[in-house]
Unconditional design. Sequence first.
Length: 314
Amino acid sequence: MTRVACIGECMVELKQADGGLFSRGYGGDTLNTAVYLARLGVSADYVTALGDDPLSDEMMAGWAAEGVGTRLVARLPGKLPGLYMIQTDDQGERRFFHWRDSAAARSLMDLPQTPEILNSLASYDVVYLSAITLSLYGAEGRGRLFAALKRAREKGARFAFDTNFRARGWPDLDVARAVFQDAFAAADIVLASTEDLLPLYPGITNEALLARIPGTEVVLKLSEPASIVRLEGVPYPIKAKPVEAPVVDTTAAGDSFAAAYLAARLVAADPIEAARAGHRLAGVVVCHPGAIIPRAEMPPGLIPNHANSRKASP
């Protein structure tokens, strides 16, 4: 079975409920992707740091119940996970409010067990992380992580980078641009979006955005329900099927797209077919509140069970 390591942070999630109340759950971009990967039959482990508190215990139990592996989760005495609150408008667009500056996950690259965790990445088929993941660590921590990714790739792993961008995590945009370029140069697969990249490179075309990303496999999700898949320099426009149900919450649209895309590629699906699978899952996710939809709402037959490959699987 192919194996994916997802690196990042899971936080306590507060989302709007009736009567001005909030319900509590858990979420984080790469954790959401790990859950959807596990639901799609991929062996996914989550790589992060948590505290030794009851909320962290609940998270671990919840991930295990979803089939997400936890062997690379560091537990830090006296620390807590971060917290975020989601507010959504009438169109389902969301705003995030975070309390996470001292969260356990920020220490992941500076622990006594960090070398062992990073060396373990070479045992996976794909290592997946996002720009939010990279924003958690300082320059030295990112350097350790990129060095580990290089070692893992030398041993056959593939690195998939999602451009998920939150300006709050990058107070210096010049630093952000430099880190993004390092990630682009190192990645085998880049999952990008105009929503993420235009704040960094304002006013440029889709073609110019793609030109900033080297590599042979790049997906650029557009503001409309569509994307561009670039394979070995050739762009292929992909139209998503219209979402028929009302859009209530766009949280985790990109995270679920990434999961379906990677899951499809791991069974040797054509990247174009994989992008269509990503759009399909994201189109279901945005019709439900919160990051993780009920398991019963997962669309059937999403991932092909045959090889239909334009390019070798990751």
